[in-house]
Write a protein that binds this ligand. Structure first.
Ligand code: ADP
Ligand code: AMP
Length: 216
């Protein structure tokens, strides 16, 4: 299965992607996670990226495309993959199409998790993430059993530096201008599957499972 998960920041992509990756036995590839890991490791790439993430701006296409091109060459992608947060611009989508042609494969589906802007602001400002395993939580909608501690691995939870109200507003604008047009791109290719992301986490997952069953 080769899947894309799309939707505005805070729609629940990461939350559902972890489940989809397990269900379909494919790697979950998040460009945001790759970039944050590079920043944390203080690599040359990381130093170039930090300013873009802190400002809520997109990393330039050339850098992002190169990162995904290399990642899709890894052997675990032979059985399929789930891309989360990529593509985010039309040039990225066109580059992905070329990569897929080179690999001799096609996308199975593009899942779009739709959520209203008001709900997104609430979701992002209340988001907490495990430092160790990356599992996302929410202080109200999906709290851990013990505040500040990951249920899965006991790691410490932290708040992403770009999950502040000001940066969230910028990220939502960037999404509307640069990423939302991709929905039409994939609708035209008849790949788009709409998911109601306003439901609670379990019900969103049920909708996604319904779509995935239809693809198997
Ligand atoms: P994305 O990867 O799309 O940015 P996340 O999966 O990190 O989004 O989810 C953003 C925040 O919203 C997290 O705090 C998460 O726990 C919470 N969340 C995810 N799905 C739902 C949902 N269906 N209802 C309420 N909160 C949700
Ligand atoms: P995310 O974890 O998906 O919310 O992404 C966090 C940040 O990483 C974004 O606000 C961008 O700065 C950057 N980023 C992630 N994916 C991409 C992409 N495909 N293109 C450009 N920038 C990206």
């Amino acid at each position: 299965m080769r899947l894309l998960i799309m939707g505005p920041p805070g729609a629940g992509k990461g939350t559902q992607a972890a489940r989809i990756a397990g269900y379909c036995n494919v790697p979950h590839i998040s460009t945001g996670d790759i970039f944050r890991a590079a920043i944390k490791a203080d690599t040359e790439l990381g130093m170039k990226l930090k300013g873009y993430l802190d400002a809520g701006q997109l990393v330039p296409d050339a850098v992002t495309i190169e990162v995904i091109k290399e990642r899709l060459k890894e052997p675990d992608c032979i059985r399929g993959f789930l891309l989360d947060g990529f593509p985010r611009t039309i040039p990225q989508a066109e580059a992905l199409d070329r990569m897929l042609v080179d690999l001799g494969v096609r996308l199975s589906a593009v899942l779009n998790i739709a959520v209203s802007p008001e709900a997104l602001l609430q979701r992002l400002t209340g988001r907490r993430i495990c430092r160790k395993c990356g599992t996302p939580y929410h202080v109200v909608f999906n709290p851990p059993a013990v505040p500040g501690v990951c249920d899965r691995c006991g790691g410490e939870l932290y708040q992403r530096s770009d999950d502040t109200e000001e940066t969230v507003k910028e990220r939502l604008e960037v999404y509307t201008k640069q990423t939302a047009p991709l929905l039409e791109y994939y609708r035209k290719q008849r790949l788009l599957k709409e998911i109601n992301g306003e439901l609670d986490i379990e019900d969103v997952w049920k909708e996604i499972q319904g779509v995935l069953r239809g693809l198997c």
